[in-house]
Design a protein around this ligand. Structure first.
Ligand code: DX5
Ligand code: ZN
Length: 228
């Protein structure tokens, strides 16, 4: 089995005036990667930051942390090159935001980044499926994108299960309302890349939360491999 359990804190819920030290804190607490939420106030009703912030973060915290850019933006085509130049590792765009996913996937690969493809709760997994063999990761949103701290949508889990059954070695990420109370559902469905914002960042003990999330997912992966 090609995939493994990876935990990526979303720093959206952290003290944004200390973003660099918050990222370092998450990595020191055992994060496998960092999930950076880019919002443009148009694709979603909220606004965060863009590639200049990513460039500063990369300079400040070094080459090691893997940056998964969750691009909640209209016209995602326009930020591929600036994000690659800023030091992003993976460019995760929304299927709903583009009319030409095939071309965008090609451009992201040519720029040297990995490709993530995200779907909102209202988008079916069948719409993502034709692209699944051309991407590195599928992101199944478990809240409406735009804000941290929302309630986990359990009825997204059949999408994850279906993707896992059809694409056994694909990285599948879940994002939104994921924490110790909801991780079992995600792990059983077959997600292996876990974004967790408020549950990790606002915890008194983020190290234990990250370790718990990883253990639950790793156990589900092991069980699935034994069942095969
Ligand atoms: C929501 C963002 C998420 C968010 C997750 O649009 O994509 O990454 O920060 O935060 P929690 O885990 O608090 O729902
Ligand atoms: Zn996100």
């Amino acid at each position: 089995m090609a995939y493994s359990a990876k935990i990526g804190p979303s720093i959206l819920s952290s003290d944004l005036s200390c973003l660099g030290s918050e990222c370092v804190r998450m990595m020191e607490c055992g994060a496998d990667y960092l999930h950076l939420d880019v919002m443009d106030g148009h694709f979603v009703p909220n606004i965060t930051f863009g590639h200049p912030m990513v460039e500063c973060l990369r300079k400040s915290i070094g080459q090691d942390p893997f940056f998964d850019m969750h691009m909640m933006v209209s016209r995602p085509e326009q930020w591929v090159k600036p994000m690659a130049a800023a030091g992003a590792n993976q460019y995760t765009f929304h299927l709903e935001a583009t009319t030409n996913p095939g071309n965008l996937i090609k451009e992201i690969k040519e720029s040297g980044m990995k490709v993530g493809l995200a779907i909102k709760p209202g988008t079916t997994v069948e719409e993502l499926a034709p692209w699944a063999n051309h991407i590195d990761m599928a992101l199944v949103m478990t809240v409406e994108p735009g804000f941290g701290g929302q309630k986990f949508l359990e009825d997204m889990m059949p999408k994850v299960s279906w993707l896992r059954s059809q694409f056994p070695s694909l990285d599948i990420e879940v994002d939104g309302g994921v924490g110790p109370d909801t991780i079992h559902k995600c792990a059983e469905a077959g997600a292996n890349m876990i974004v967790s914002g408020s549950a990790v960042v606002s915890s008194d003990d983020p190290r234990s939360v990250i370790a718990l999330l990883r253990t639950v997912v790793a156990e589900a992966i092991q069980k699935r491999s034994l069942d095969r």
